[in-house]
Ligand binder design. Structure first.
Ligand code: NDP
Length: 280
């Protein structure tokens, strides 16, 4: 088993290019032990970037992550997100405190604006920069920001400090490749790909299954390997089933050859024009 490749963030920090997502964790107490175990397994296997949000399980997912990282906080890169209705200066400080309390950590490694709301971007960026200055957050980013949102963000004071844009990006949702990802690349901003197996839908794709079976791996491995082959893309598949966690880890060792990449391009065509950013 090789190591997990890393992605370099604009401030020079390197993070695992393959992590674990936690949407739908923390919703049900009876599932909690399995969820904590899945996050711990991912970390043990080197998927040390953990993505969560105050929204997931109404704070429950952050508590799951808090329990999973207890005693090993320094090994993990913790990402959480705030609601658009918490994007004002006053509400953001309180939301960040609540998130850090649930995670039981002093400093979040990355704090993301979950999707854009009505607060002026300049106010939110200013509040995020205050959180960085106070040591509550090491760096910040955004999520579900399309090209126009990113351009506006980059124009406000401090907006250029955005580290990451977390977007829906997988084999079947390649729209960001046309204009958004080139914009990210021009500024050194990492693309964090959410729903890397399209919430499971990609795993039922017959053409993808045929490629996977020819190579002798799972469809999830092909879908995830396709994402993390790029140094500027971080994938955060969510899995509770330990077999899925192991399967996803194996994707980091899978190198797709040129012929397979070309076949994937035929099955899942790259975008030929700008498309609005999709969102789940
Ligand atoms: P994913 O594409 O990660 O799919 C998750 C589903 O696929 C689960 O049902 C999981 O099952 C299953 N699965 C995972 N790996 C495998 C495998 N190897 N074989 C078979 N099934 C598998 O969808 P998500 O929407 O959860 O996206 C990932 C993460 O991205 C989220 O958890 C969240 O952290 C983030 N996200 C962010 C959004 C945003 O707006 N910023 C929006 C959506 C997601 P099981 O759990 O049973 O193992």
């Amino acid at each position: 088993m090789k190591g997990i490749p890393s992605c370099r963030l604009p401030d020079g920090t390197t993070v695992a290019r393959l992590g674990i997502g936690t949407w739908h964790m923390g919703e049900n107490r009876s599932a909690r032990a399995a969820e904590v175990a899945a996050v711990r397994l991912a970390i043990d296997l080197g998927m040390t970037l953990v993505d969560t949000a105050e929204m997931y399980g109404d704070g429950g997912a952050e508590e799951v992550v808090g329990e999973a990282i207890r005693g090993q906080r320094e090994r993990v890169f913790v990402v959480s997100k705030f609601y658009p209705h918490h994007a004002s200066r006053k509400k953001l400080l309180a939301a960040c405190d609540a998130t850090r309390t649930r995670l039981d950590i002093d400093t979040l490694d990355l704090y993301l604006y979950h999707w854009r709301g009505n607060v002026q971007l300049a106010e939110t960026v200013d509040a995020l920069e205050s959180l960085v200055a106070a040591g509550a957050v090491a760096r910040w980013g955004v999520s579900n920001f399309d090209v126009d949102d990113m351009s506006e963000l980059l124009a406000v004071p401090g907006g250029g400090n955005v580290a990451v844009n977390q977007v829906l990006y997988n084999l079947d949702r390649r729209g960001p490749e046309f204009e958004l990802m080139p914009l990210h690349a021009s500024r050194g901003i990492a693309t964090m790909a959410y729903s890397p197996v399209d919430e499971g839908r990609l795993l039922r794709h017959k053409g993808l299954a045929a490629i996977a079976s020819r190579i002798g791996v799972s469809a999830a491995q092909v879908a995830i390997a396709w994402l993390v082959r790029r140094p500027d893309v971080i994938a955060i598949p969510k899995a509770v089933d330990p077999a899925h966690v192991h399967d996803n880890r194996a994707a980091a060792d899978l190198v797709l050859d040129e012929a397979t990449l070309a076949e994937l391009d035929r099955l899942f065509a790259p975008p030929s024009r700008r498309q609005p950013l999709e969102m789940i």
